[in-house]
Design a protein around this ligand. Structure first.
Ligand code: ZN
Length: 410
């Protein structure tokens, strides 16, 4: 991939994604797959005026080895220095930039019970710090190809060709073109998404009803104080606008906890903890996932929704047209950042407190008490199909078409 194009992408991540400001600290979380690109992103952060850029490198096979070889109690233990690191983060609120490259099958075969247990115990210790930081810092998730991931997406190619093709797909869907100005393209894209949100927020919707020929027949209750959001977001306190996901095509909100009925069928496989869950359905009663079936990895799906109390409730419903650049690319990425932007989806687990229009007047705990779901997981799964119909039902019972044949109805 040409250096000049990569440079544009790195700049997009630093300037639009994280929107790094003069004097801020930045923390980049990346895999060792593309160190040169990571350096480029760091350079662009400094160009934006960052005073310090720290990189935490990761290597998935090593992560797998650690899970296999360490005892449960060792995996669960959070050392004092880890707590100190979290405290520092909560105090200085560095911009977080995540560069994803992991192999979707990279943790295949590890003991999922062990991993779940460690996740649960560690989350309890981390939670007070995470709550304190919630909505207060800029962050951005973007992706760079890893070899194993690229081979999974393009199995017929040799590893060099596969990585090159994955680069092309990532850049295309992220609106980075050789002769274009990606920052300007994103400014326009943000305006489009904001206009869709304004319309949806003007309707006074109480419920969304989903129907598709694959069997999906489902209703979800919306929160009367929640807004639809999309594209850029604003950090609480500083008011700095940033783009948390590159790419992003979705307009989303968090539903009211406890209000979801019916069954949804997944339209794409779900990569969870380094394994794929395939051809599955989830049935909801009073907002809770009460029955799941999957052709592959059903046990893992069951484990996922029992991670904690909130893991069986919904945290997000997102609207993405079937004709989005990502789904039109025809590439199945096996990565949520991309696949979630190719299809309408729901997420089990954690909701977004900042969808509440007056969330800044409340503590994070109070936002949960008002009906935004709380969980240690937030897992998107795709339900969008070519024939999905979504109807909005307003507070006074009026029906408004939102999606028709998989695409926006307005
Ligand atoms: Zn989403």
């Amino acid at each position: 991939m040409k250096k000049t194009v990569l440079r544009k992408y790195a700049r997009l991540i630093a300037a639009m994604g994280g929107n790094v400001q003069k004097g801020q600290e930045v923390q980049i979380l990346a895999s060792v797959e593309q160190p040169e690109f990571v350096r480029m992103v760091a350079e662009e952060c400094y160009r934006q005026g960052a005073k310090k850029v720290i990189v935490d490198f990761d290597y998935q096979p090593l992560q797998k080895l650690n899970i296999q070889k360490r005892s449960v109690s060792t995996l669960c233990k959070i050392e004092d220095w880890e707590v100190a690191k979290l405290e520092h983060r909560a105090k200085t609120l560095p911009v977080r930039i995540y560069l994803e490259s992991d192999d979707p099958d990279g943790l295949k075969g590890v003991n999922q019970t062990k991993m779940a247990k460690a996740g649960q115990v560690r989350y309890k210790v981390m939670k007070p710090y995470l709550d304190k930081m919630e909505n207060r810092y800029q962050w951005c998730i973007a992706a760079v190809p890893g070899v194993a991931w690229a081979k999974k997406v393009f199995p017929g190619e040799n590893k060099f060709r596969a990585v090159e093709k994955l680069w092309q797909s990532i850049l295309m869907t992220s609106r980075v073109e050789e002769n274009g100005d990606p920052v300007a393209a994103w400014e326009e894209h943000n305006r489009d998404l904001a206009a869709r949100c304004d319309y949806l927020n003007s309707l006074g919707l109480a419920e969304l009803e989903y129907k598709a020929s694959n069997g999906t027949d489902f209703r979800v209750g919306l929160h009367e104080d929640a807004l639809f959001m999309g594209g850029a977001e604003k950090a609480l306190g500083s008011g700095i606008v940033f783009n948390p996901n590159i790419p992003s095509e979705e307009v989303f909100t968090s539903p009211r906890r406890g209000k979801a009925e019916g069954i949804v069928y997944a339209s794409k496989p779900l990569s969870y903890h380094g394994e794929l869950i395939e051809n599955f359905s989830i049935r909801f009663e009073n907002g809770k996932a009460v029955e799941v079936h999957a052709e592959k990895n059903e046990e893992l799906l069951k484990k996922m929704i029992s991670m904690d109390e909130g893991a069986a409730y919904l945290g997000e419903c997102a609207l993405v047209p079937y004709d989005s650049p990502i789904s039109n690319s025809g590439v199945l990425f096996y990565n949520t950042l991309f696949d979630e932007n190719a299809a309408c989806h729901l997420a089990l687990g954690h909701g977004f407190t900042n969808v509440l229009k007056d969330y800044d007047q409340y503590t994070t705990e109070e936002c949960y008490a008002r009906g935004i779901n709380e969980s240690q997981i937030h897992v998107d799964f795709m339900i969008g199909t070519k024939d999905l119909a979504i109807t909005g039902i307003t507070k006074d019972g009026k029906r408004v078409p939102i999606f028709k044949d998989g695409n926006w109805a307005f």
